[in-house]
Design a binder for this molecule. Structure first.
Ligand code: CO
Length: 297
């Protein structure tokens, strides 16, 4: 079956990618010592809307040992210090996504900050129809280990589905035997993570990002109002607690979690004292390679 890469869905993936590339660069420029996390996250999310997209998930701001799923709380007063900062940002157009990430190093570890970007370029080089996901992981592992660091092996790249941020296939950050073949038209995010730690992240206790698990009828009024807003605005995409505009959102979320209507994404982190860096692009597999939708022009 042949895939038409001029289909509307691919055009929307591309449009999302173009907006996202611009927002990534503009947002990274604002990350400096003393600047507020909340200000940077809200800047990026607002800028995405100004340019005609919607945030596909809350802007992730990971600091030092944090790798993913951290976003400011509603009243967050944290500011950047001399730290390693990862920004992971997503845009969607009618549910068609682009996903990108960049490290801004304020900690003085330029090599660690560079390693995932070089690994990502090596991965992009080998992507073409028929490539095994394990072979992509091998490229990533090679480059990161060449720098003397470890890839984070329990975080992976992923497919991007309609209103779905994470679908099959997973794209490993190390060589694996069992992978799948990528095909023309597959739209995937490649996201190498490097660390001076052991290379495995665990769950922290903080949760600020949630997503709908299943629709259900809920009794509590606050929970019902929150659920209506979630279904209408975010559908199955991740959202931040600070995005909910209904009364008693805190309580509502707790209820919805207790009933398994929404699930939380705990912050994922390395052991304390280590640093994590990250780089990510979204690519569409083409007849003769791939098209990077989130490249700056
Ligand atoms: Co991603």
């Amino acid at each position: 079956m042949s895939v038409d890469l001029t289909d509307e869905k691919y055009e929307k993936h591309r449009e999302a990618g173009e907006i996202l590339a611009q927002v990534r660069e503009e947002t990274a420029d604002r990350v400096e010592v003393g600047v507020s996390h909340l200000e940077v996250a809200e800047y990026a999310e607002e800028r995405i809307r100004e340019l005609g997209g919607e945030p596909a998930f809350p802007v992730n701001i990971s600091v030092d040992e944090e790798a993913a799923h951290a976003t400011p709380a509603p009243d967050d007063d944290a500011t950047f210090g001399e730290e390693m900062i990862n920004l992971d940002i997503g845009v969607h157009i009618d549910g068609w996504l682009a996903d990108t990430a960049i490290t801004v190093d304020l900690s003085g570890h330029p090599e660690l900050a560079d390693a995932p970007g070089e690994a990502l370029e090596a991965a992009i080089e080998v992507i073409e129809p028929g490539v095994q996901t394990g072979a992509i992981g091998a490229e990533i592992q090679d480059v990161i280990e060449g720098y003397g660091y470890n890839p984070v092996v329990n975080l992976t790249g992923h497919g991007l589905g309609h209103w779905q941020q994470h679908t099959e296939p997973n794209i490993p950050n190390r060589a694996v035997e069992q992978g799948v073949e990528l095909e023309v038209g597959d739209t995937v995010a490649i996201e190498p993570f490097a660390t001076d730690g052991g290379g495995k992240v665990g769950e922290g206790s903080e949760v600020e990002i949630y997503a709908l698990e299943r629709e259900a009828s809920v009794r509590d009024r606050a929970a019902r109002q929150a659920l209506e807003q979630i279904v209408e605005r975010f559908r199955t995409l991740p959202f931040a607690r600070r995005w909910l505009e209904t009364p008693r959102a805190e309580l509502a979320l707790r209820r919805l979690r207790q009933q398994n209507v929404v699930h939380g994404y705990p912050v994922l982190k390395e052991q304390e004292g280590f640093l994590v860096s990250q780089k990510e692009h979204t690519v569409i597999i083409t007849e003769d390679g791939c098209e990077v939708t989130t490249r700056s022009r």
